[in-house]
Design a protein around this ligand. Structure first.
Ligand SMILES: C[S@@+](CC[C@H](N)C(=O)[O-])C[C@H]1O[C@@H](n2cnc3c(N)ncnc32)[C@H](O)[C@@H]1O
Length: 241
């Protein structure tokens, strides 16, 4: 891995041995500081996109005031931290399938009785039941999962499903963004980026058109109540019928 610019900003004392955790932590920090005028083009697109996404999340949390939330793919805890800030009385289950990332996020929030983080695949976890006011799946995580059956499962266990997916229109810009975030070994096959970098070998990240999102939601049996293009993403809210 070529050392990306963002690692210098994160600093050696906070750099972990997992590039995904470093990237997510630094993103959270930079967005909160609202300080990215001086960064390169790829990083700027990245921060602007995820700042806009987190602002949309804050808006829907205030609008729907869910009491029980499940997050699909918690990563380093960027979304969990926002949820706890906006809704201090909330109860959250964070799911994370990657062992190292799970250990990180579990330790980060250890002792906080408002949340529980589980190392699991979201699909397996929901097979054991559970009902939530809201499910949240941001940063195009469903674009990595890309399975309509998993989408349907999430919808069936939550009154609202809040998710973001890459907008197909900006596939080319994503290349610049991925280079800035330290990826060197990836290709684009027309609908999805395929990563071969050693820490995420085999990961795919697909984009969607608005029509595809409408169809995905329709086939899941839910009703699409919001679909907003924001920077490189679509931000969407579906409601159980
Ligand atoms: C792009 S990161 C997003 C992290 C966080 N939600 C955020 O927005 O900052 C996606 C995370 O989801 C996890 N993940 C991917 N598929 C998953 C699945 N099927 N079940 C649980 N976690 C999953 C990955 O390991 C990764 O940590």
């Amino acid at each position: 891995m070529i050392k990306p610019e963002y690692l210098r900003r994160l600093g050696p004392e906070r750099t972990t041995n997992h590039p995904c955790i470093n990237c997510l932590l630094e993103t959270e920090e930079r967005i909160r500081a609202d300080d990215f005028d001086s960064v390169g083009t790829g990083d700027k697109i990245w921060y602007k996109t995820y700042k806009a996404e987190i602002e949309e999340l804050e808006r829907v949390l205030r609008a729907y005031t869910p009491k029980r939330i499940i997050e699909v793919g918690s990563g380093s805890g960027r979304v969990i931290r926002t949820v706890l800030d906006v809704l201090p009385d909330v109860n959250i289950v964070g799911t994370e399938k990657n062992e190292r990332t799970f250990q990180f996020v579990k330790n980060r929030f250890s002792g906080d009785g408002r949340l529980r983080v589980v190392q699991t695949d979201i699909s397996d976890y929901l097979s054991n039941g559970g009902n939530y006011d809201m499910a949240v799946c941001l940063m195009n995580t469903f674009g990595n999962i890309n399975d309509p059956e998993v989408f349907r499962k999430i919808v069936n266990h939550a009154d609202y499903f809040v998710f973001s997916l890459y907008n197909r229109q900006f596939d080319e810009q994503r290349r610049t963004m991925y280079e800035a975030r330290g990826h060197t070994n990836f290709s684009f096959d027309g609908t999805q980026y395929c990563f071969q970098d050693d820490w995420i070998k085999g990961l795919v990240s697909r984009s969607y058109t608005a029509e595809e999102i409408k169809e995905l939601v329709r086939k899941s049996g839910a009703k699409l109540i919001e679909l907003r293009p924001i920077e490189l993403l679509y931000f969407a809210v579906a409601r159980k019928k």
